[in-house]
Design a protein around this ligand. Structure first.
Ligand SMILES: [Zn+2]
Length: 415
């Protein structure tokens, strides 16, 4: 889902929001302001003496953000919440005069989102700790559900009114003092609360706390489950949408032509919903000494742990290889194996992609290289199998991939 903010004259894009559909992710682009902010607290670690393959100097590969707002560059957007430490969430369960919640359904609503919290904590390698405080049962909204025009594509102003109404309705019995993000989930009985927008620009004050980040969970949560929470939380932490807001002309209708199902920010229902290693590094969930930065003119090797295990990889195992092509573009190689949230992937091996920090959310900041272009599986079989190689077309660098022990992958870059 796109992230919402107030329109500014200099950034007057249409909200172009559409109602939820089977392609619930294909929504219009909304830019955010230019950003300058402190980086996520990824403390650069001393080089490990047990990582002989690593060529350090990760700073050379930390591509600076070349667009404001949500994106793939360093640092993350200044409006993002910290991705390391404790995130305090208020979960408000709301129902309506025209659609009261059914008895006993509060636990069902909480349970549906719980797997999203678990995802964030697991994928962060335990660096993000989410504490959720839930409203005391269902909070009755002041307006009927039909007064919130989800079916027309909720504007920023409508969304702020919806969240603000929920906060006001809960405020008598809920303490917002320390809250970082407000999650409002509507009863399953209200089908016209259709989809799940996010804003990092809420601008509502409660209990003296200026609340800036909010996610609405609409009816689509019952289709996608807790991974809706994990995707929308990616935006509150600064991550871009990786599906395409506009399908490529040469591939009409394919909003997933950039990354397929290889990252939760691209496709919630994808077979490989682990966050890309690049974005874990951007969020501070990987240390610099887990990143092998390949340079021009020298051969570089790395031994990659499966991405799903990068949070607790063994000493000497790296998380990714980065080969910069320019000040804003790099090739990234990571190891995708059927473990963790990737357990359902079909093809395994070296997933190669380009990151471009000058490309906005929804316009393809990450693009996966397909090892089998033209195959019927699209990007499902994109990884390069152990024993294969790939030549980067603009530099001629040759990347080779070899199997290692315990699901590891040896990657060599020959410029
Ligand atoms: Zn999104």
């Amino acid at each position: 889902m796109k992230q919402q903010r107030a329109a500014r004259p200099s950034l007057a894009l249409p909200l172009a929001a559409v109602a939820a559909s089977a392609l619930a992710l294909a929504l219009g682009a909304v830019p955010a302001s230019a950003a300058a902010s402190p980086p996520p607290s990824a403390a650069p670690s001393a080089a490990s003496s047990v990582a002989p393959t690593a060529v350090h100097g990760a700073a050379d590969c930390r591509l600076p953000a070349a667009v404001g707002g949500l994106g793939s560059g360093f640092p993350v957007d200044d409006q993002a919440l910290p991705a390391v430490g404790t995130l305090k969430a208020a979960l408000l369960l709301v129902d309506f005069d025209d659609h009261p919640a059914s008895a006993g359904s509060a636990q069902e609503a909480e349970a549906n989102l719980a797997s999203g919290v678990e995802y964030l904590e697991r994928v962060s390698g335990g660096r993000l700790d989410v504490t959720t405080t839930t409203s005391d049962g269902w909070v009755r909204m002041p307006e009927p559900s039909t007064s919130y025009p989800f079916e027309r594509g909720l504007s920023y102003e409508d969304h702020v009114r919806y969240i603000g109404d929920a906060i006001a309705a809960a405020d008598d019995t809920f303490d917002f003092t320390d809250v970082d993000v407000v999650w409002v989930t509507a009863t399953k009985e209200a089908p016209n609360i259709t989809y799940s927008p996010t804003t990092n620009f809420l601008d509502v004050t409660a209990d003296g706390n200026h609340l800036t980040h909010a996610v609405t969970f609409g009816y689509d949560q019952w289709r996608w489950g807790g991974l809706v929470l994990a995707h929308e939380s990616g935006h509150t932490l600064g991550l871009p949408d990786l599906y395409l807001f506009e399908a490529p002309p040469e591939d009409p209708g394919n909003y997933h032509a950039a990354v397929g199902g290889w990252d939760l920010m691209g496709l919630i229902s994808g077979a490989g919903p682990e966050y890309f290693a690049w974005h874990r590094w951007q969020l501070g969930w990987l240390d610099d000494d887990q990143v092998v930065c390949a340079g021009q003119g020298r051969t570089t090797s790395a031994r990659l742990a499966p991405v799903a295990r990068s949070g607790d990889a063994s000493p000497g195992q790296d998380a990714m290889v980065v080969y910069p092509l320019s000040a804003t573009r790099a090739v990234v190689v990571e190891n995708r194996q059927p473990v963790g949230y990737d357990e359902g992937i079909g093809a395994r091996g070296a997933l190669v992609y380009t990151v471009d920090t000058s490309v906005r959310s929804g316009e393809g900041p990450v693009r996966v290289v397909d090892a089998t272009p033209g195959s019927a599986g699209g990007l499902d079989d994109a990884p390069f199998a152990a024993g294969s190689s790939w030549t980067e077309p603009t530099t001629g660098a040759v990347l080779t991939f070899r199997a290692g022990p315990a699901g590891t992958l040896k990657v060599t870059v020959n410029p």
